[in-house]
Write a protein that binds this ligand. Structure first.
Ligand SMILES: [Zn+2]
Length: 112
């Protein structure tokens, strides 16, 4: 599997400003970033990124009024489509899971 490196300017949480970072890809999947100024490394795992993303999406849906949920659902395709494709390998499945959560919440509100 080919390892490739890419240098980009990103905000560093340790330096607290934009620095040149090296992004390391393993077979086109982002696995690590390293700040060239302070050496801070961030490791990326598909599972943990998806878990963080899914939790954030669900929290956003549950804390907004129902109107916002509808708007979000309408724009869900775009939201998923704009995620980095290297992170999300199964966008259809994620979209379906988020839709289920939204539908369940709307059903609960109808019952109450
Ligand atoms: Zn840094």
């Amino acid at each position: 599997m080919p390892i490739t490196r890419l240098e980009v300017g990103l905000s560093c949480s340790k330096c607290l400003k934009e620095q040149i970072h090296t992004l390391v890809y393993d077979n086109d999947v982002l696995i690590r970033s390293e700040c060239q100024n302070c050496g801070k490394e961030v490791f990326f795992y598909e599972g943990s990124l998806l878990a963080v993303y899914a939790k954030e999406v669900v929290c956003r849906i549950l804390t907004k009024p129902i109107r916002m949920s509808r708007e979000f659902r309408r724009d869900l395709g775009n939201a998923i489509a704009t995620l980095p494709s290297r992170i999300v390998s199964k966008p259809g499945r994620i979209m379906e899971e988020v839709r289920q959560v939204v539908n369940e919440e709307e059903e609960k509100k109808k019952i109450l």
